[in-house]
Structures are given as C-alpha cells and as structure tokens.
Design a protein around this ligand. Structure first.
Ligand code: AMP
Length: 249
C-alpha cells in the first residue's frame, strides 16, 4: 500500500511575522521557510506505518514554487521514498490544492492520504476535508492515534468530551493533530541520500486544475500589541484597583 503525504512550504514557525505596510499580506522577503509543522507529523506517521510493515511506499507531494523542492528534499531526508512537485508561482487556495491532490491520488492510487490538520500560514483547515469529499471516501480528522488493520483504519481523535475512536475503510484521508507523534530529525547521511531520491515535476495543468484565486484578501493586520502591565504592592491594592478602575472587570 502507498501512503501519500502532502507537505506545504510555509514561513518557519519561529519567524516573527511582519505584515506589509500596505496591509496586502505578510512580508515573505528573506524569511526562513520550512515544512508546515503538521506535515512533519503526517510524514512521521507515514514512515512509522511503513516501518511497521503496514505500507510499502511513502510519497511526498508539494504544490508551490520551485523552492518547494527544498521542502520535498526534507521529506525525502526524513525517509519518504519519492516526491512529486506540482510547480506554480500562484498562491494556491485549499480547493485548488485538494483538486490537484485528487489528481495525484487518481494517478498513484494510495491506500491512505495523511494530511496536516492545517497549514500554519493560511490556517484554513480545509484541504483534507475537501480532498476526502472529492475522492468520495471517508475522512478522520484531528487524529491523535492511527492503527491500520485489514483494509481499515482505527483513528483516535481528540474531541470535547475526551477521546473518540472511529473506524474508516481505506482508501481514506486522515488529518493529523499535534499529539500524534514527535517528528524525527533527518540525519546528515539521510540528507545526502535524499538528494539522489526521485523527484518528479508536474504542473497544475497536468491535473487539469486552474489555480485562479476565488478569495480576495481585503486586509491583513498585525495583532494589537498588549498594554504594559503594572505591579501592585499588596492584595488590598489589587482589590482596590479591580474595584476602582473602570474597564478592569
Ligand atoms: P489548509 O487546509 O490550507 O489549512 O492545509 C491543510 C493541509 O493540507 C496542510 O497541512 C498540508 O498537508 C495540505 N496542504 C495545503 N496546501 C498545500 C500545498 N500547497 N502543498 C502541499 N500540501 C498542502
């Protein structure tokens, strides 16, 4: 069985985001880019399943600019067997990503697609759900445990009341949550080896998908800065301030 793992190139989670002065979006010039953290978790899970003998091949796919090849090389260094880059300079919205992924699924026939629950740049949390709908297959979102047995997956999900375990038939889409696993670091030899692993290049047109924007970003703003706090000397002073100062409570 093949496992397909979509990996998105996003601004590194350690970078302090700067908004363009005209509010048109986020400043991406000279900013460190990395694999979306949830996609590292998906990749780790796929590799664990392969190591447990539940999958034969792990394929990483990224939709993005030529530089997304670096993200795919990181996935290959973690242990993916091969990679597909669907190259475009457009900023691709979740529906178009899901349609392209559907094209990759049709071509590759994976038994499982493991997707991040959200990309940390657009925070859409839409792609996995849309892909499952386009495939007409089951989905299990926000997985914190995945077990494969006999053409089915038992997926544990964190829900309000605790943990819910559901069973879905494969092929299916699973989206992963933070607590699923701890992604591995790629060793130097595997980084070197990854340079020679196969990486196929495609375009959205190869899958008959248009990347034209459906959404228009009206404005992007920095979060409001927190006001400086004050220190009080006693509990009495604290209570006094809470009672007296308008708007505190
Ligand atoms: P989103 O729906 O944008 O929050 O993204 C959810 C997940 O979809 C991500 O964690 C990735 O696994 C996948 N994804 C979204 N955009 C891309 C992309 N451009 N290339 C590869 N995977 C993507």
């Amino acid at each position: 069985m093949k496992i397909l793992v979509p990996v998105k190139r996003v601004v590194d989670f350690n970078v302090r985001i700067r908004v363009n002065p005209d509010g048109s979006g986020v400043d991406l010039s000279n900013v460190k880019m990395s694999m979306n953290p949830f996609d590292e978790i998906s990749m780790e899970e796929a590799l664990k399943l392969k190591e447990a003998g539940k999958a034969a091949e792990v394929i990483a796919v990224s939709i993005g600019p030529a530089k997304a090849e670096e993200t795919l090389r990181s996935a290959l260094a973690m242990g993916a067997d091969r990679a597909i880059l669907v190259e475009t300079d457009d900023s691709v919205e979740p529906l178009a990503v899901a349609k392209i992924l559907k094209g990759v699924v049709d071509a590759e026939g994976p038994g499982l697609v493991i997707v991040g629950k959200q990309a940390i740049d657009d925070d859409s949390n839409q792609t996995g759900q849309m892909l499952a709908a386009l495939m007409g297959r089951a989905q299990a979102t926000f997985a914190s445990k995945v077990e494969l047995e006999g053409g089915k997956a038992a997926v544990t999900r964190e829900v309000d009341g605790g943990l819910q375990t559901i069973e879905i038939e494969l092929p299916a889409v699973v989206t992963v949550d933070l607590r699923l696993n701890e992604p591995r670091y790629a060793s130097l030899p595997s980084i070197m080896k990854a340079k020679k692993k196969p990486l196929e290049k495609k375009t959205p047109a190869d899958y008959g998908v248009s990347t034209a924007a459906r959404l228009k970003v009206l404005r992007t703003e920095e979060p409001s800065t927190r006001k400086v706090g004050i220190k009080v000397k006693s509990v009495a002073e604290l209570i006094d301030k809470l009672r007296a100062e308008p708007g505190v409570l």
